[in-house]
Design a protein around this ligand. Sequence first.
Ligand code: DLL
Length: 432
Amino acid sequence: MYWNPKIECMPKEDLKALQYRELKKLVNNLYSFNKFYHDRMVAHNVHPDDINCLADISKLPFMTKQDLRDNYPTKMFTVPNNEIVRYHVSSGTTGKPTLVGYTKNDLEYWTEALARSFTSIGIGPEDTVQVSYGYGLFTGGLGAHYGAEKVGATVLPAGTGGTERQIELIQDLGVTAIACTPSYLVHLGDVAKRMGVDFRRDTKLRKAILGAEPWSESMRQHIEESMGVKAYDIYGTSEQAGPMFTECEERNGIHISGDIMYVEIIDPDTGEVLEPGQKGEMVVTMLKKEAMPMIRYRIRDITMLMDDECPCGRTSPRIARISGRTDDMLIIRGINVFPSQIEYTLLQIPEVGDQYMIYVTREGALDDMLIQVEIKPEAFTDKLEDMVRLRARIESELKKYLNIAVRVELKEPGELPRFEGKAKRVVDKRVI
Ligand code: DLL
């Protein structure tokens, strides 16, 4: 089932032509009417007339989060204030927050992208969707809410927190799909178990739309086995609008609405544009945005373009699951480590539960990584030698996969913090 087959299944060459037309219009407009983009293009010695095909986009300069911060709150906006109908604010981990403004059309395109995505995973009027992303300044709640309503689903705007109540509502209202962070769904699963609720037996919940934070294939497997739901990856950032794009039923890459967003993958060190199949940093150009356009915005997320045909019939570009962020990457004794690699390795070990924390410190010149790992209740024992053996096995698996020695500390079930919104599992205490 397609929401917008004309666009979603458009021949690739036609899509490229459409993207070029949109890009040309965008660049002309911004050059003529917006001081920020005009000055940027002049400083980089590039004129709209230099853009004569889609690949010419690489002549344009990159934008970064710093540009948004430097122009906080509204200096990047390209429409008069009375055309802005909504704000969202991304908290970010460092520095000033970033403010995103939306015109009426911006909200419509955001919702359109989500309607295509939800339809592609079979969500429609028969579904009751519990939206357990945060509502408010964060884009997750309202984004998923409007997308689900658009496809005719019944929406339960649960937001975060009140987990026991959320579980009761899933039962009472016959909720069929939940949209939340993967870490919140894991927490929900734990609480349900304590309440004696078995999702397979006691609920109609069959789909989970999970995103807003990195999560691994092993986490998907764990969630599906323990809860009996089919888990789909949903991706987006507040700078793009919010959550926007999901996998289809094939679950082999996230389909991007190419008429709305143009994706490039670059080498983060050189800025060179990479080919499909090559992993690098994602750079996006929002082709339709009005209030706060984005041209070649460096998202920092690491992925690759996939150009094989998707059996679902959509020709829209696909990106692979996000494997981390360039600024999430930890350099431990000179070796690059992504938290997602750690999660992937840990969750392959049958005794390991679904909660972990990563602490990085520096003693003198030497980095130290301590990983606290919760053990599954059935694997936890008072026998010290068994626990010591298990710890050594986990350390050895991590060493094999990460190429560095890390320390592991085993924790009892329920001991580590739980997260309702985005999980914060990495604490880097090094002063660099
Ligand atoms: O997290 C939007 C969103 C809400 C996406 C709900 C999906 C679901 P921001 O707060 O601006 O927006 O954070 C964006 O979160 O650059 C990624 O690093 C990360 N992220 C989002 N989705 C995924 C995902 C929302 N599916 C940042 N996999 C992005 C991995 C993700 N990382």
